[in-house]
Structure formats: C-alpha cells, structure tokens
Design a protein around this ligand. Structure first.
Ligand code: FEO
Length: 406
C-alpha cells in the first residue's frame, strides 16, 4: 500500500501483512492478519518513527520515497526493539547516512545485540525532546508495555501519540482509521490483543495511563504500530484499556477442555448447561480444535474459568497443558474456577489442572469433579448440579474488579 497522510506533515508509510496467521512464535493466531505501522514526520528535520518487519523492508523504503528522498531522513526513532518493528532498521539506515538512531538505553542494547550495527545513537528518557522545526518529538519511556525497552513518542503540537504496541490490533485492511472499519471487529481485535499480550502488565498499563493524564498530555490521535489509527475516538481505546487493566469482569464462564473419547466433552457441556440455567453466560471451547487466541480473549471479561481434560499418563492432555501454561503467564486476577475431567483406570488430569489454576492465581471455589469412562445418568445429574452451584457462585462473587476493592 502507498503512503497515507494522517496529519499535516505526518505520513503512514507502513505495510499491510495480509497473510500472516501466526505471530510471536505461534502464541498468537492473527486470523485477520496485521500491519506494521511506520510514520514519517516531515518538518525542517525529518524523522521516521519505527520501521517494519524485515521481509517488508522494500515496501517501507518505497513508501518513504514517495514522500521524501531516503537520504534526507535525520532521525530513525526506534520505540521498541522487537523484530516486527525494528527488523527493517538496518536496511533503512543503509540509505540514510546522516540519520541518528533514537531509543531508550535498553533499546540501544537490544538493537546492538540483534543487528550488530555501528550506528550514530542518541538515547532518550522520559521528558527528553527533539525539535524538528514546527513540531517536537517528546519521549515517554514505557517499560514492560510490553518489553523493557518500550517507549512512546508524542508530538505535542499535533496532539499525536505514537505508542508503538500499546493500543494496537492485529487487523489487515486497506483502511487506516477507526472511523473507516466495523466497530465490532475493531474492538474484538483490540480486546484479543490486550488479553494475549498486555494482560500480565495490567498494573503498569494503569500506572502509565495515570502518568500520561498527570502530565497533561492532550491526545487527539493515537497511531499505534499495529492495525488502525484512532482518530475519531481515541478515548474509546483508552477507556477500554482502563477497564481491561482493572480486570473488570462480567457474569460469564469460559469452559475450556481437551477430550480423548468425548467423555470430558460431555462433562463440559453438562456443567455448561447447569451454569446456563442460572442465567450466567457460558462459552465452551475444545482447546485442541479452536483458536486459542480467541479463547484467551473470551477469558478477558469472564469471571469464571472451568478447565477439564481426559487423563493420559496420570496427567492432562498436551494441548490443554500448553494452553494452561500460556494462561498462567497472562496472570489473570480476581477470577474463580474449578477443574474437571474423565479417566479410565486412574485419575490425575483434574488434580493437575487444579494446581496450575491455583498457580495462575485463580481462586478454586469448588472441589474438582471426575468421572470414570462415560458419565452415567446419576453422574450427569451431579455434573449439571455442579454447574448450577458454580453459576450461583459467579452471581454472588465480588471478584469483578480486584483493583476496585481498594
Ligand atoms: Fe512487541 Fe509488535 O512487537
């Protein structure tokens, strides 16, 4: 795609990756593809804010060249060292001999270790500014949002925030702005992005938003490094981040399981029916069949987590084990849960699940429930009642906002 003017003197020169379907080492299913956004600021001095994933270097260089000759770039700002944004930096710098590289001290260390380039560096920290002429680049360090090196770049004269990964979404589209695409699709992808990337850093997200508010930074456009640019309603994504970072949940249960011969699946559905009869919303997912990125997104606003597996070798099945390992890393707060599962001659899966849920910080509110082989009529009744009990606990639980408890 060609360059797009987003404000006076500011151009999107990024690329659309229509075909990527797995990201971050298969930890994220990008079902709608993604974009790598790079921004060119044309003033008395010229700055490029972030680059793109290395295989798209030529597209980036072509987009920049539509606006200015490459050798005129004065600053290459690297907000974040991860390869999807810094990958094309070595190629860009080959054509920009006078460009100074700008980033945090940790970014410089990471860039040197990744690319071994001998570039002219200027490291920056919160409060540092670089004048481009009419406009100023102001920097705000954002450690662990979502890497230690992460930084936001802000142009006060344009009230434009370029926060790199924060406020992004994995969407490939020919449209560049929030008012040009379906709002349901947009917020669905923004939620998936938060749940799968930023959830573990929620306390830092809240602190950073408070810090930015205290600094009196005015924002009328947020231009992240993935997906669409928030120009119509940047407050919409800021408010959503506050809600997600506070771990605000609804009366909803996610039942995620893996099944060998469908007994655990029958358990999941019967427990789900019991929960549903209390009026609580239920989402059921066979983790070996469905999009795990979407299940984690469903868990973002769910108050209850029920995890189940058939027993194999006295433990849970491998796809669920992998999913739970990822869930533990996401550090969900204020959730209640329980474990279930079927077995042949000896159990073990439900016990293992319960211990991982506990390690993940989920409060276990019901003893685990197991069935040998296929649940019989009496066991199905028990499973339904188990669901009813869990549904009633969801309705009574005050776990809907751990930060709001003070
Ligand atoms: Fe942390 Fe989009 O890379």
């Amino acid at each position: 795609m060609s360059a797009v003017k987003i404000k006076e003197g500011v151009y999107w020169v990024g690329v659309v990756d229509w075909n990527v379907r797995s990201f971050h080492g298969h930890t994220y299913n990008t079902k709608r593809g993604t974009t790598y956004n790079s921004y060119l600021i044309v003033d008395e001095k010229i700055a490029l804010i972030d680059s793109v994933y290395a295989p798209f270097s030529k597209e980036l260089l072509a987009n920049i060249s539509e606006i200015v000759p490459l050798e005129k770039i004065d600053y290459m700002v690297v907000n974040h060292v991860e390869g999807d944004h810094s990958g094309a930096v070595p190629e860009v710098l080959k054509y920009c001999p006078k460009a100074k590289v700008i980033g945090t001290e940790k970014c410089k260390l990471g860039m040197n270790k990744n690319y071994y380039g001998s570039w002219d560096w200027q490291t920056v920290k919160t409060g540092d500014k670089i004048s481009l002429g009419k406009n100023t680049l102001a920097f705000v360090e954002a450690p662990m949002l979502h890497w230690p090196d992460s930084m936001f770049t802000y142009i006060p004269e344009l009230e434009l925030l370029m926060p790199n990964d924060a406020f992004g979404q994995h969407i490939s589209t020919s449209k560049r702005f929030d008012d040009e695409i379906d709002q349901g699709e947009l917020m669905d992808e923004a939620a998936a992005y938060y749940a799968n990337i930023l959830l573990p850093f929620s306390p830092l997200v809240l602190r950073k938003i408070e810090e930015v508010v205290k600094m009196g930074i005015k924002i009328n456009m947020i231009a992240p490094s993935h997906g669409i640019i928030w120009r119509k309603d940047p407050a919409k994504i800021i408010n959503a981040y506050v809600k997600w970072a506070k771990n605000e949940t609804t009366d909803k249960v996610v039942i995620a399981y893996e099944t060998m011969w469908k007994s655990t699946e029958l358990m999941a559905k019967t427990i789900g029916d019991g929960i549903s009869s209390t009026g609580v919303k239920v989402v059921i997912a066979n983790i070996s069949e469905v999009d795990k990125t979407n299940v984690i997104k469903e868990m973002l606003d769910a108050k209850g987590y029920l995890l189940g597996s058939s027993t194999h070798g006295n433990d849970m099945l491998p796809a669920l084990a992998g999913f739970l390992s990822f869930l533990k890393d996401m550090k969900p707060k204020g959730r209640i849960g329980a474990a279930f599962g079927s077995y042949g001659w000896a159990g073990g899966a439900a016990k293992s699940i319960e211990s991982v849920l506990t390690a993940a910080g989920v409060e276990i509110v019901q003893p685990l429930i197991q069935c040998q082989f296929v649940p019989d009529k009496a066991e199905l009744k028990k499973l339904f009642e188990y669901g009813v009990e869990f549904g009633n606990k969801i309705k009574k639980s005050d776990a809907n906002c751990v930060f709001c408890k003070g």
